[in-house]
Design a protein around this ligand. Structure first.
Ligand code: FAD
Length: 326
């Protein structure tokens, strides 16, 4: 069923342990700005149980209304159906979600059901002549596409860190529960949810990431990357070869087939700067690269480049950081 008229912005607020994920709060804050310019409202949708606190946080991040829909357990098919039904009822002009695995699962499904388009990995949303324009990287971030979605509502999955989350304690809004009937039988059955031990690494929300690549040479040398990360109060990232060499678990991989990150500071050690890696970290605020090859492509995107042996340079950096933090 196609939604013909569109007004207001709906944001799917994904929660983990009953708290909104950072990307959802970022999407809400962006939605708030867009809605203010368009004279529209922001409607947050939260699906799960006991989400009152998360709904309040959604209001602080930019929602005017927060709708809570009870569901026992995550199932992307059911969640997609809930969002579709709410979109048919509230007729938003735009639906946003965080660029998490769940967001990327659910939103294309919702777009398909509403016969509209879905932009994924959105880095920016602007408005030209009343038309929303979505900026998305393609070819590993070497080209930025600008998309216009002809259908209504437009649907966008936003890249983590692309927008700033702004929580304002004085903001108030309406919070209410809504019953949404969904099909009793889902074709999808989630039999178990396994928490990966290494998931404690929250690369997407880290402010400082120190990443190591093949150039670190060995597991022993890779420990220097971990020590530098610790000295900077950051977390460890890695390129695919470092993961394949089993210097660090897969959950640390940054890039096209790993995590998309946007820390304030990204330190790349022994990393060449292949597009598949760069596409995952190009949104970083400040990039420092250490590479012994002065022609390494990583220097093209670095704010500061250090040419030399990372195994010798990292201990000097750690020493200096410790000295200035005393
Ligand atoms: P290399 O490219 O081998 O670079 C090593 C660098 O270290 C070199 O520049 C060298 O000069 C430097 N070096 C060597 N010794 C030292 C030293 N002692 N001190 C300082 N510098 C030194 N890669 C990812 O990272 N993430 C992804 O998500 C990802 N997804 C992919 C998806 C697909 C479909 C494909 C095909 C590839 C993907 N890759 C990914 C792999 C990617 O193409 C590159 O191979 C990889 O990023 C290169 O990793 P690297 O920089 O560690 O290694």
């Amino acid at each position: 069923m196609s939604v013909s008229v569109g007004k207001n912005i709906m944001v799917y607020v994904e929660t983990v342990s009953k708290s909104p994920v950072s990307g959802a709060l970022e999407a809400l804050s962006k939605a708030h700005k867009l809605a203010a310019d368009r004279g529209e409202k922001v409607i947050a949708v939260l699906i799960g149980l006991d989400l009152e606190e998360a709904a309040r946080t959604s209001i602080l991040a930019g929602a005017d209304q927060a709708i809570m829909v009870n569901r026992e357990a995550y199932n992307m098919e059911v969640y997609g159906e809930v969002l579709t039904k709410l979109a048919e009822k509230y007729r938003p002009s735009l639906i946003l979600s965080a660029g998490t695995l769940a967001g990327k699962d659910i939103m294309p499904m919702v777009a398909c059901r509403l016969h509209t388009g879905c932009a994924v990995d959105v880095m920016d949303i602007t408005e030209t002549d009343g038309q929303l324009v979505f900026t998305c990287p393609v070819y590993g971030g070497t080209v930025l596409n600008q998309l216009i979605i002809k259908g209504t509502p437009a649907i966008a999955v936003v890249r983590s860190g692309a927008f700033a989350k702004e929580l304002t304690s004085e903001r108030t809004g309406e919070i209410f529960k809504e019953k949404v009937e969904t099909e009793e039988t889902s074709r999808l059955k989630i039999v178990d949810v396994v928490k990966e031990m290494a998931e404690a690494v929250n690369l997407e929300e880290a402010e400082v990431i120190v990443s190591g690549g093949r150039g670190m040479g060995s597991l022993e040398n890779f420990k220097l990357v971990e020590q530098l990360a610790e000295a900077c109060h950051g977390v460890v990232g890695a390129t695919r070869p470092a993961i394949e060499a089993e210097w660090v678990p897969r959950s640390h991989q940054v890039g096209q087939s790993g995590k998309i990150v946007a820390p304030k500071l990204y330190i790349a050690c022994g990393i060449s700067g292949a597009t598949q890696h760069v596409s995952g970290m190009i949104g970083s605020g400040y990039i420092v690269a250490i590479n012994k090859d002065e022609d390494a492509p990583v220097f093209d995107i670095a704010d500061v480049g250090i040419v030399g042996d990372a195994v010798k340079i990292i201990p000097l950096l750690i020493e200096e950081i410790k000295r200035i933090s005393l």
